[in-house]
Design a protein around this ligand. Structure first.
Ligand code: IPM
Ligand code: MG
Length: 357
């Protein structure tokens, strides 16, 4: 089979990690007899520099025509002072929106070999952490009406609006329950229903959806409590489903308790097969182009792509197993380095993963 993949290296360490990920995919292609065709396009700060806008039209067109999109990272201090709608981050929001990628899957998995990197006490971690955060990605306050108005009681006001429709909640709830069926059959839906009307609708739609999944146990939790429970007792969570903003915040927290944000992938999915896959970490401009970045999050994002967009389960397993092996062999990039381990750069880490596939 031939698969067309749009690649968006983006800014900072993006190009470093995408380069290694393409090499890994090429190895998988050779070994399992698939052809991966890569088309590189611009988005983020580099697109602002080259084309004057964060998400050029041709980038959107190439992504729409592809079977999936692989993204490195966007943004950096160079573009931090641009007005809101001209910032590199708009490329991400724009792509999610035009490609209809409403479900964002962010696994927070603690690798056995990296237990020491976890900032929580061993008795809290037990035999590991394995949480799947399912974040709604194309609705809520990040896409709601926003603006400024002069007539505020205490001067000019700015506002952003959180709004969710039944249909939007249903489809993300369904995604979460479907994933829970393949995992430990528990969904924790996180909201702020003690205050927000949008959360009260969220809660009732999710509760209704649970009736279609009698095997899955559903729990509701307020977001402030959830932030606390994630560090107090992370093992209580299997699948978390939540809104765009709460998911943005809690997925960073969930990644941090695994101790290695440089390890974690994400998938953004819509109704069809096309998805966008990217590491959850940022563009780390301070180490860009220095062969220092950890490529693993992007490499395992590619594994998610094989699994969720192309249905290539054993190929995805092969990538993940290779990563585990390399970690077991004590190879580490700087971000996950600890004493007694062997420090390697981006390219060597990529080479080692390929060698183990
Ligand atoms: C993320 C990021 C983005 C988001 C930013 C960069 C727009 O924080 O993917 O979590 O808020 O969605
Ligand atoms: Mg975020």
């Amino acid at each position: 089979m031939k698969y067309n993949i749009a690649t968006i290296p983006g800014d900072g360490i993006g190009p470093d990690i995408i380069e290694q990920t393409i090499l890994v995919l090429e190895k998988v292609g050779q070994k399992y007899g698939h052809e991966f065709d890569f088309t590189e396009v611009l988005a983020g700060g580099c697109a602002i520099d080259a084309k004057g806008e964060p998400l050029p039209k041709e980038t959107v067109e190439v992504c729409q025509k592809s079977d999936s999109v692989l993204l490195g990272a966007v943004g950096g201090p160079k573009w931090d002072n641009l007005p809101g709608d001209a910032r590199p981050e708009q490329a991400l929001l724009g792509l999610r929106s035009v490609l209809g990628l409403f479900a964002n899957l962010r696994p927070a998995l603690l690798h056995n070999a990296l237990k020491d990197a976890c900032p929580l006490k061993p008795e809290i971690v037990g035999d590991g952490i394995d949480i799947m955060v399912v974040r709604e990605l194309t609705g809520g306050i990040y896409f709601g009406d926003r603006g400024r108005r002069a007539e505020g009681k205490m001067g000019e006001e700015a506002y952003d609006t959180e709004a969710y429709s039944v249909g939007e909640i249903k489809r993300i709830a369904k995604a979460a329950f479907d994933i829970a069926m393949k995992r430990n059959k528990k969904v924790t839906s996180i909201d702020k229903a003690n205050i927000l009307e949008s959360s009260r609708l969220w809660r009732s739609v999710v509760t209704e959806m649970a009736k279609d999944y009698p095997e899955v146990s559903l729990e509701h939790m307020y977001v402030d409590n959830a932030a606390m429970q994630l560090v107090r007792d992370p093992k209580q969570f299997d699948v978390i489903v939540t809104t765009n903003m709460f998911g943005d915040i809690l997925s960073d927290e969930a990644s941090m308790i695994t101790g290695s944000i440089g390890m974690l992938p994400s998938a953004s999915l819509g109704e069809g097969g096309l998805g966008m896959y990217e590491p959850i970490h940022g563009s780390a401009p301070d180490i860009a182009g220095q062969d220092k970045a950890n490529p693993i999050a992007t490499v395992v994002s590619a594994a998610m792509m094989l699994r969720y967009s192309f249905g290539l389960d054993k190929e995805a397993d092969a990538i993940e197993a290779a990563v585990t092996k390399v970690l077991d062999q004590k190879y580490r990039t700087g971000d996950i380095m600890s004493s007694g381990m062997k420090m390697v750069g981006t390219n060597e880490m990529g080479r080692l993963i390929i060698e183990n596939i």
